[in-house]
Ligand binder design. Sequence first.
Ligand code: T1G
Length: 707
Amino acid sequence: MDTAVQNESRFVHYRQRDDIGLIVIDSPPVNALGHGVRAGLMTALNEAVADAQVKAVVLTAAGRTFPAGADIREFGKPAQPPSLSEVIAAVESSGKLTVAALHGTAFGGGLELALGCDYRFAAVEAKLGLPEVKLGLLPGAGGTQRLPRLIGVAATLPIIVEGNPVPATEAKALGLVDALAEPGSSGDSFIDAALVYARSLLAEGAVKRPLGEMPVQQPDADLFESFEAKTRQRRRGFEAPLVCIESVRNAVALPFAEGLKQERALFEKLRDSAQSRAQRHAFFAEREVAKVPGLAKDTPTNPVAEAAVIGAGTMGGGIAMVFANAGIPVRLLDAQEEALERGLGVIRRNYEATAKKGRLTAAEVEERMALIRPTVSYDDLATVDLVIEAVFEDMELKKKVFAELDRVCKPGAILATNTSTLDVDAIAAATGRPESVLGLHFFSPANVMKLLEVVRGQATSDEVLATAMRLGKRVGKVAVAVGNCYGFVGNRMLHRRQSEAMLLVEEGAAPEQVDKVLTDFGFPMGPFAMSDLAGIDVGWRIRNERRKAGDPEAPEYNWLDAIAERGRYGQKTKAGVYRYEEGSRTPIPDPEVAQIIAEHVRSKGVAQRSIEDREILERCLYAMVNEGARILEEGIAVRALEIDVIWIYGYGFPVYRGGPMFWANEIGAEAVSAACSAFRAASGREVWQPAPLLARLAETGGRFGDL
Ligand code: T1G
């Protein structure tokens, strides 16, 4: 057998089982349909077709899943034939009855390959889906043309435009799957079941049914319009969802061959788009952050069978829910009984609200509540493996808590702080086990937000860091390892954006103008609507604390302080930067605030001017990027992709722009640094000292580190 064929057979095995040709794809980790797999499939299919004894072909995969899609790593490289579309067309036009046997996550090109088969057999635990839209793409191997022919347009649109997994049982009800294996059937028993199914089809005289030859049922007249209107609202700023709808429309309006051609053209346009490049970057970056540079892959980790949370407030309660949701028993400790009661009440109401939406049963609510065990006594923490402190942001209080934890917790227990700004090393120094102390910075609401900043202290051991990273994934978070500094990575950059936004308002921009520029960019909320949501009083008190403590870095008195002093704390007081009608969270610009700002500005003698949107965007975002360059320079984040993941998952940076560093890189480092320099010359302000950026660019040849 020549090497080419040998290579191809490396990924795809063909075995004849009496009258059935069995094709097994084997290309770990997810059987992605890379060139080797595609070529191997063609070879195996040709063997099956050439064998007169073979009446049917079963196409399946080894390992954990049927192909989870095209090989995303191949995008942007020269195409290598055969294309996936050619493989699927060969399957569809082969003279044999073809059956796809699906297990794991039959996603993207994998499901499209299965749609080229005449029948689909699935493990009951399998999930099917077309998640290309989450990569800024559309199903580019016939999915937008074949799926509507199989299950109709109404069922097709959500699958393609939202890109979410469809459980095999639901897929069967839709007609996407024809038969299900017995629960628990896997490996050889699953393949045997698929062979039995294929033989039953032959026995019934089942015939080929190429989807390409089937008509598309005409959908209801307003289906596309209403679905598109909903999509424009839900996926504001994204290009791919609308192009997905356009391609499904073509399935109804055009003959199959023409629809396929248009689909390919639309796919290539999306594949080469900035948005898809950004979303593919985000996809890989989210996985890369789990591999902490300098932390050996086989670093031993400690089991976390029982946890504890100190502080039953908003953050503490949310963190306790994170553990309960992952099935980990968790002690919730608060100094006061009534605070505990209140905290448990909030947790229960959260679960009941989820149950009301049908996402939890009443029994599951009780199971989770039972996992959260309240206590006022530190002695109850003697057996826990990990504690997360979530008390008020006061260093003295935290040091006291950690000294107590150090006294009562067993040797080796991990002591973590949820602080968002205080010094993790100073907290660690309050214990006799600094190697077991680190920051676990959850984002509010902790039970919803995906990001977890894992803050490594100077003394934190590799095992403790590895345990925390693994725990993050286990509780469904995107864990990113960062170094210890004021604000770590996310908040440190946020403070830069916030102070630039504050200055822009002082110089003449209205708060609502700044907010609109950033929401038009793609953020879910602007900085000042965010201040009102979080509560202006929180920052105002911290700034006052820092000024009282004589902190040289404490920000000077600003117009937000002037607003807070008037009792305008934000949504909680129905008035903050904006005002709010009763029962509404919609921010409404308030002339009283414009007055407060004008008085403050007059007292500072600042000359106001009208400010262009572009200046607002550049100053807010380049200030963040510049801080990101400093963070990379200091090693607080080792790679630019860590910063991108933090901002996408922690602060709503639009994923179709890839994160702050990727976005700046797409604009081009020279353009960014030129804007910074021009700005510094115009404003003369040190915050625009672009040195870190320029240093970084020089170092990395114009890129912000290995993206
Ligand atoms: N291509 C290349 N590598 C992939 C991959 C893919 N499609 N999917 C996963 N990987 C890698 C991933 O980077 C990681 O690598 C490892 O596999 C395990 O992944 C023509 C154009 C399948 C649900 O969008 O959703 O088909 O870090 O850590 O948590 O229309 O991976 O180990 O080196 O995520 O168990 C469409 C994307 C592609 C599915 C498994 N398909 N993948 O989750 O493991 S475009 C997708 C996933 C397409 C066609 C179009 C998940 C998963 P490493 P993992 P997991």
